[in-house]
Write a protein that binds this ligand. Structure first.
Ligand SMILES: NC(=O)c1ccc[n+]([C@@H]2O[C@H](COP(=O)([O-])OP(=O)(O)OC[C@H]3O[C@@H](n4cnc5c(N)ncnc54)[C@H](OP(=O)(O)O)[C@@H]3O)[C@@H](O)[C@H]2O)c1
Length: 178
């Protein structure tokens, strides 16, 4: 298993990521990108894992969760929180790693939300940051933390358009990984 985790997030120009426990925008192209990045494993027989906070888990429409083809890990401090069979419930990012390392896991992705991103940015295992920059300002109540001082840009796509929204797929690596 990859000993680092990567982060995947879509945020607007204010680093907004959500409102009322939902995404503030509809960009199917970004959802497809998210699915491709988080699902594609490097070796046959291995699967990737996605780690998310309990609120993000609940924000996924019931017919789309667990996210297919990936191990789903839900972080909660509530030991009685019920998750469906096949989904892992863990009490911390470290516990999630201890659980995943026992299985045929390739890459591990942290997929939000705000509370979990905050902890992930301070974690020693932080790897790449896949950030979709949405070139617009939405009314949000959840935000991605300040990140630019921690990372350097590795690649950026052309400006993409969908539903009248412009966005760019960016990849950053942590300064510490020089
Ligand atoms: N734009 C994007 O890319 C993106 C991606 C993901 C989410 N989002 C948005 O982000 C928002 C949700 O973010 P959020 O900050 O409110 O919630 P969140 O981070 O998804 O979940 C917070 C919950 O995670 C659990 N938790 C947090 N730290 C933990 C730890 N160290 N150990 C164990 N459990 C822990 C707690 O669950 P308990 O209360 O059960 O203990 C906490 O209430 C939504 O609007 C969602 O749509 C956006």
């Amino acid at each position: 298993m990859n000993e680092r985790f990567d982060l995947v997030v879509a945020c607007d120009l204010n680093r907004g990521i959500g409102k009322n426990n939902q995404l503030p925008w509809k960009i199917p192209q970004d959802l497809k990108y998210f699915k491709r990045i988080t699902t594609a494993a490097n070796e046959e027989g291995l699967f990737n894992a996605v780690i998310m906070g309990r609120k993000t888990w609940e924000s996924i429409p019931a017919n789309h969760r667990p996210l297919a083809g990936r191990y789903n890990v839900v972080l909660t401090r509530n030991p009685d929180y019920v998750v469906p069979e096949g989904v892992f419930r863990c009490g911390s990012i470290d516990e999630a790693f201890e659980t995943l390392v026992q299985g045929p896991v390739d890459k591990v992705f942290i997929i939000g939300g705000a509370e979990i991103y905050n902890q992930a940015l301070q974690h020693e295992r932080i790897g790449l940051l896949y950030l979709t920059e949405i070139r617009h300002r939405y009314d949000c109540d959840a935000f991605f933390p300040e990140y630019k001082q921690l990372f350097q840009l590795v690649s950026s796509s052309e400006i993409e358009h969908e539903n009248g929204v412009e966005f760019t797929f960016k990849v950053y690596k942590p300064n510490l990984l020089d």
